[in-house]
Design a protein around this ligand. Structure first.
Ligand SMILES: NC(=O)c1ccc[n+]([C@@H]2O[C@H](COP(=O)([O-])OP(=O)(O)OC[C@H]3O[C@@H](n4cnc5c(N)ncnc54)[C@H](O)[C@@H]3O)[C@@H](O)[C@H]2O)c1
Length: 392
């Protein structure tokens, strides 16, 4: 029997995403052919309750430290790697602390509350080249979306005509939904919905080498106040919706329009991530609304007809699940963690698009969202600065 390596994790932030990671770890044996497994040994949250601590310690017998002090986790000699899933204003201090302590890191998007925070994080990463750092973005791991990625990788698109990508939520349509940190600039950042949802839709375009060169952004602040959860009202100051039209240049020199939408108020949409790519030879459409379906139009003259193809559990990282079973959104998170550990262990992802988002790719999102804020403010098109490699 081959030996399995263990990567000992500290988890900082035990909220929604912290629990998703713990759940992925709890079912690690669902994966086949992995020579490495994560083990959560330390759990940290500022206000951890006894009930929540029990959820972690009962589900994960490997946890031997529960603390409210994140520095104890970063300093622990028992911890090799960290997953930090905390509000955006804490990314800079904690990610820098983790990297400086020599811990491998899965950070959450937007990877710094703003461009300055991201720059500071990137400087720490450059100074500590031996740590393995990635940014959590999971949607591209769905098999239908991986299939779209292989069409890009195989060069089957022809000349790219246009790209549309978006991430649409709708629960904020309810003006009585109480405010939380994601609707407060101090904690979520000036980017608002772009910082929240934008890296998710940029992950594939940036990996594909499709770089936004300029942007005209229209940002909407639709619901201006919300219940504060304590019987009063609070100002809801973050951008609800963003539409970004980008003149985009591929590595090949082709220039095409790319429209990006990050909406928290898109009536009828629960959690719809989509990517439509139109090429002169092949056009492809995928959406998490039908996560097991890919639409393909191949053109070589004659009729133009969309094929609608069902995909199953044909994942980049094989599991015990039969390939004909349907794949779900949460399985994308599981695949993302498999990708993180696989790349950490083997040194490279299985294929171009089956790796996790890199810190350098997250930098692009900051350059774009910073330009988008200026564009919306000045009501004009703004150049997007190409990220510099050195010093970052
Ligand atoms: N990849 C995704 O699909 C996805 C989805 C949602 C959120 N996120 C990102 O994940 C991160 C966390 O979001 P969430 O939805 O899990 O938030 P959440 O509010 O559910 O959880 C945040 C956690 O951080 C803890 N925390 C806050 N301050 C702390 C401190 N000083 N020390 C230690 N712990 C502290 C809180 O106690 C809580 O457990 C954010 O960066 C967000 O942008 C990613």
């Amino acid at each position: 029997m081959k030996s399995i390596k263990t990567l000992r994790f500290g988890l900082i932030g035990t909220g929604m995403m912290g629990k998703e990671f713990a759940s992925a770890v709890m079912r690690w044996s669902h994966l086949l052919d992995m020579d490495i497994k994560p083990e959560i040994v330390s759990v940290c949250s500022e206000h951890i309750t006894e009930e929540k601590a029990r959820w972690y310690t009962e589900g994960l017998k490997t946890v031997h430290q529960v603390t409210r002090n994140w520095k104890e986790v970063i300093d622990s000699s028992e911890v090799d790697a960290l997953y930090i899933a905390v509000p955006n204003h804490l990314h800079e201090e904690m990610y820098k602390g983790a990297v400086r302590a020599g811990k491998h890191l899965m950070g959450e998007k937007p990877f710094g509350i703003d461009r300055a925070a991201n720059l500071a994080i990137m400087k720490s990463i450059t100074r500590n080249p031996d740590v393995f750092v990635r940014c959590a973005c999971q949607w591209h791991f769905a098999p239908a979306i991986q299939r779209l990625c292989s069409i890009i990788e195989q060069g089957r698109l022809g000349r790219i005509i246009e790209v549309e990508a978006g991430f649409l939520h709708s629960s904020d349509l309810n003006p009585e939904k109480p405010i939380n940190w994601k609707r407060v600039v101090k904690y979520n950042g000036e980017y608002g919905c772009m910082g929240d949802l934008g890296m998710h839709i940029l992950a594939i375009p940036i990996r594909a080498g499709w770089y936004p060169r300029n942007v005209r952004a229209v940002l909407s602040d639709i619901v201006k106040e919300r219940p504060d959860g304590k019987g009063g009202r609070a100002c809801c100051e973050t951008w609800d919706n963003a539409v970004l039209l980008c003149e985009t240049e591929a590595d090949t020199g082709e220039v095409f329009p790319m429209t990006l939408k990050t909406h928290r108020i898109a009536p009828g949409e629960k959690n719809t991530w989509y990517l439509n790519v139109y090429g002169t030879k092949t056009s492809v459409k995928v959406s998490t609304k039908q996560i097991n379906t890919i639409n393909i139009l191949e053109y070589s003259g004659g009729d133009q007809a969309w094929q609608v193809i069902d995909t199953g559990y044909e994942t980049a990282y094989p599991t015990i699940s039969a390939p004909l079973f349907e794949f779900g959104g949460i399985d994308s998170i599981f695949q993302m963690w498999a990708a993180f550990l696989y790349e950490f262990s083997v040194g490279k992802p299985k294929s171009l698009f089956s790796g996790c988002t890199t810190p350098d790719e997250a930098v692009w999102s900051h350059e774009l969202f910073t330009a988008a804020l200026e564009s919306a403010d000045k009501k004009k098109t703004v150049e997007v600065t190409e990220p510099r490699r050195e010093g970052r």
